[in-house]
Design a protein around this ligand. Structure first.
Ligand code: FA5
Length: 344
């Protein structure tokens, strides 16, 4: 039996050497035939078992079977190794690893986001906190608490997409005035940026979804001059010192007095004539503003005889249109890479 084991060890050593030396499938096949084929060395050895004494034959058969199994596994492993090597060589021929790689596309901050962040930075520098609120609001926050009762005609202009009879996508960020005053006692100084929704027909400066930034300051002896100074300062910070800003008397149920804030049209530069951006007026409206109405302060349990405040709501798309000289609001939402790449 030990003679058989010695022979098998010697034979296995030669077989392994042949596999290691093999450089292609043909060499492997030759090794297989020489050792495991019909007339191969191992096969002949197996046949010779018949000459052993009957008691030794089963043991010898098992030893040979184990060795054959191990040799077949080694053969399979050698085949896989050769295949991988061939694959690597093929790849190295097809790929020029010295070729310069394709530069990854650079992303950029969306222009609306840039404007939003710059407004936040401006107000944070002046001690305002940034707050965010829900885009779906009950009509109490959208209207009633803002001095717009159910039959008030101003509701029509703000009416939006209703989800239930009393829940709607907010048409402006002004509900954040109410939420802030409900939660904090004066003084309060916040800005609240976010998305808004309205049933507006889409054109160069209107979208059914847009962004606003609300601002609210309430304290003692707060007056319209503070509002004018802050909004003019914000416009200067965003547009530079040469951009004209005007305050036009207006009406909002939740502010008194109220104003609309305009700036010169970036498309026609206020030279008049037909203009699809400003309709020929030479001005583009950025937002609304005013002194918080005493009824609103009262509803929030702020004493209007002690406290006064101002608020504003600016459209971020309009700010970006002016800042980057954009000809149509729709460009902000089309996700055109060529358009967005300009802001990289
Ligand atoms: C308001 O939404 C008031 N809540 C603003 C306000 C806040 C007044 C606090 C007083 C005190 P208005 O409807 O005018 O007001 O909208 C304000 C700005 O949002 C507009 O000037 C414009 O810049 C932007 N805006 C309004 N509707 C659209 C729209 N459909 N598409 C794009 N921007 C819009």
């Amino acid at each position: 039996m030990s003679e058989l084991t010695g022979k098998l060890d010697e034979l296995r050593g030669r077989f392994d050497a042949a596999l290691t030396a093999a450089s292609d499938d043909r060499a492997l096949e030759e090794a297989r035939i020489a050792y495991l084929g019909r007339s191969g060395e191992v096969t002949l050895l197996r046949r010779s078992i018949g000459q052993l004494p009957a008691g030794e034959r089963p043991g010898a058969g098992k030893i040979i079977n184990d060795v054959v199994e191990a040799m077949e596994a080694a053969l399979e492993e050698a085949r896989t190794r050769l295949q991988l090597r061939a694959f690597d060589e093929d790849l190295a021929q097809r790929i020029d690893v010295t070729f310069p790689s394709v530069a990854p596309m650079r992303g950029s901050i969306h222009p609306i986001r840039r404007v939003l962040e710059d407004i936040c930075t401006f107000f944070e520098r002046h001690g305002f906190a940034v707050v965010v609120g829900p885009e779906i609001e009950p009509d109490y926050y959208n209207f009633d608490a803002l001095n717009i009762p159910p039959e008030h005609p101003a509701r029509e202009g703000f009416d939006s997409f209703y989800i239930t009879d009393t829940l709607l996508l907010r048409p402006h960020t002004s509900p954040m005035q109410v939420r802030t005053m409900q939660q904090h006692r004066p003084p309060v100084a916040i800005i609240a940026p976010g998305r808004c929704y309205r049933r507006d027909a889409v054109d160069a400066r209107h979208s059914f979804m847009f962004h606003q930034c609300e601002g609210l300051l309430v304290g003692e002896q707060v007056h319209f001059g503070h509002l004018k100074g802050m909004l003019t300062g914000m416009c200067r910070a965003l547009f530079g010192p040469d951009q004209s800003v005007r305050f036009r008397p207006s009406y909002f149920p939740f502010t008194e007095p109220s104003a609309e804030v305009d700036t010169t049209c970036p498309t026609c530069h206020n030279i008049g004539g037909p203009c699809r951006m400003c309709g020929g007026s030479g001005w583009i409206e950025l937002g609304g503003a005013g002194m918080v109405h005493p009824n609103v302060l009262h509803e929030m349990n702020y004493d209007p005889d002690v406290y006064s405040g101002w608020a504003f709501g600016f459209g971020l798309e309009r700010m970006a249109i002016v800042r980057y000289d954009i000809d149509d609001i729709r460009r902000f939402f089309e996700n055109d890479p060529d358009f967005l790449a300009q802001f990289a």
